[in-house]
Design a protein around this ligand. Structure first.
Ligand code: R5P
Length: 289
């Protein structure tokens, strides 16, 4: 087996390979003046299982082209099996045609991965209407979760926590983490009007006096879901409001807004940032064993 760190996967790929005691190599990438990508595999792949590690954030389109070109190249050079390991996998939220003429991005993206890879491992995928990776991909697909790591972080760092899920879909993280910790949890309701406009509501009162409210969700993008939720939690008397997410995308000035609101933000390193206090590489390695 050889673990290959693509441009947006190399922050975890080396540690994964080290834990697995497998060979590691970085994908060589570059950009031509016209914007085209240059891709080169730097190690022999003939008859090997190649695990390409790529997290799809930042320039997502370039990340996709890189992974597909690297996979196709590995295939041409005789790789036995090619696995995509995606700490963050994109385009899962557009899982239906909400308005006529729209691309169902999830389906198109999955079709592309099916064509170029033999298996795909995704960390905490955002699954909604299609709630299993097996219903999205035709190749072998495995879901990994950072929930035990999040529970462990809370246990070690936050006293008297009450876990809050900001919307109906967040129970897969919030409730699961609360159950691991044996503490109280509450799932709120959210209505999204646009990318930057959401309304969060509390359906049943909860007393947070003397408690630390910990919002647990899969993704922070613009941060508006968390800001809205935190406002409610502060009014309910929470001592402090924390937010722990798996994938910290933090677009634009999301982090600045969250910090200004006094919210303590922590994320895993599926997408690396200064908020990445939880390392997923050990857990990913154990799943690959
Ligand atoms: C959506 O349901 C996700 O779980 C997140 O709640 C959402 O992506 C967060 O987006 P934003 O930070 O832009 O409010």
């Amino acid at each position: 087996m050889i673990i290959v760190g693509c441009s947006h996967g190399k922050h975890v790929s080396y540690r994964i390979a080290k834990k697995l005691k497998q060979k590691h190599s970085y994908l060589i990438t570059g950009k031509f003046p016209d914007g085209e990508l240059y891709i080169r595999l730097d190690a022999g792949v003939k008859n090997k299982t190649v695990v390409l590690v790529q997290s799809f954030y930042g320039n997502i389109s370039d990340c996709i082209v890189e992974a597909v070109f690297a996979s196709r190249t590995a295939r041409e050079l005789g790789a036995k099996k090619i696995v995509l390991l995606a700490p963050y996998f994109p385009y899962l939220r557009q899982d239906k045609r909400f308005h006529s003429g729209e691309a169902v991005s999830q389906k198109i993206m999955a079709g592309m991965i099916d064509k170029y890879f033999d298996a795909v491992y995704v960390m905490d995928p955002h699954l909604h209407r299609k709630n299993k990776l097996e219903n999205i991909f035709k190749i072998r697909a495995k879901k990994l979760t950072a929930n035990p790591l999040i529970a462990d972080y809370i246990k070690k760092n936050i006293k008297n926590p009450v876990i809050i899920g900001p919307d109906e879909e967040s129970y897969k993280w919030a409730r699961a983490v609360a159950e691991m910790l044996g503490v109280e949890s509450r799932i709120l309701q959210k209505k999204r009007y646009s990318s930057y406009h959401v309304k969060v509501q509390l359906n049943k009162k909860i007393d947070l006096k003397g408690k630390n409210a910990v919002i647990v969700d899969d993704i922070i993008s613009t941060g508006h879901t968390i800001l809205e939720t935190a406002n409610i939690l502060k009014k309910l008397g929470a001592k402090k409001v924390y937010c722990i997410c798996v994938h910290g995308i933090f677009v634009d000035d999301a982090l600045k807004k969250l910090n200004k609101a006094g919210i303590k933000v922590v994320s895993t390193n599926t997408i690396p940032s200064k908020m990445s206090k939880i390392d997923v590489s050990g857990m990913i390695a154990s799943w690959l064993m």
